[in-house]
Design a protein around this ligand. Sequence first.
Ligand SMILES: *Cc1c(COP(=O)(O)O)cnc(C)c1O
Length: 332
Amino acid sequence: MHLARFARIRLAHLPTPLEPLPRLSEELGLDLWIKRDDCTGLAGGGNKTRKLEFLLGAAFEEDADTLVTQGAVQSNHVRQTAAAAAAHGLACEIILEERTGSKATDYVGNGNVLLDRLFGATLRTVPGGTDMVAELEKTAAEVRARGGKPYVIPGGGSNPTGALGYVDCAREIVVQADDLDLEVHRIVTATGSAGTHAGLVAGLAVMGADIPVLGIGVRAPKEKQEANVFKLAEETAALLGQTGRVTREQVIADCDYVGEGYGLIDQGVIDALTLAARLDGIVLDPVYSGKAMKGLIALARAGRFKGETVVFLHTGGAQGLFGYQTEIEGAL
Ligand SMILES: *Cc1c(COP(=O)(O)O)cnc(C)c1O
């Protein structure tokens, strides 16, 4: 594993801290640590920064002048892609899918959407259920037709190139834990478009660090999520020249905490947001890190992590909180 072989544009503030969560640890009865990837920088930070370093590297290798990507209306990936494009003088074409169906004014105009506009991205909105891969191709064709050079980034930045960012994060966690003499029994992360989970699994497998990763699903059912993560982890290992190093058993997702659906919040998520905020001053988001914490809390209370040292990967997303004022304010 030698990541300097890959083109990379530095965007992130690295390494992000690995810190204890003393009050949540006491509340939940485990030794809980947090990997602060909400502090990666780039429009407020989050997990897409690490992926975008390698994706922009690839875009510049292809002499692209326009980034094209897609996401849900309150996509953090879109916000961070728009910021990366602005910072590097690239145009940015965005397709937003009305995946949650929410028409609340804060959902469609505040939070990430406000920031997308601030960064000067061109936004187009399509109904929920639209074929987003086809929309990406359509937009790329339009850019080409006017003489531009598009670089298409899949939703969430989740392809083997983007996942290299989380191969690097796996290395970073192991180095930090070793420096702290901290034996990590498990890493817990939100898992959505799969690049974060897959990059971690591939990175740990290639390093030979046998730390299990538990992905808490935010959208797809378990079988589909695990299949997506495994496929991408295998492809990522192959990109590293390490074909066959990832095994199916290394990919574990728990998708019992999705609730009503992607981007839809429930009392369990609000309880997780308030517990993290009020015990350790941590801001989570309603779509990803808050759902992952909802799962972690439930599993911890059921005794699942007894005696374990667990690292919770904070993947960011706090900017999306401001798209959910309507849902959250009544529940506090
Ligand atoms: C995109 C995102 C995730 C999920 O990461 P994937 O690589 O898409 O699985 C988790 N948390 C936040 C805040 C995100 O924006």
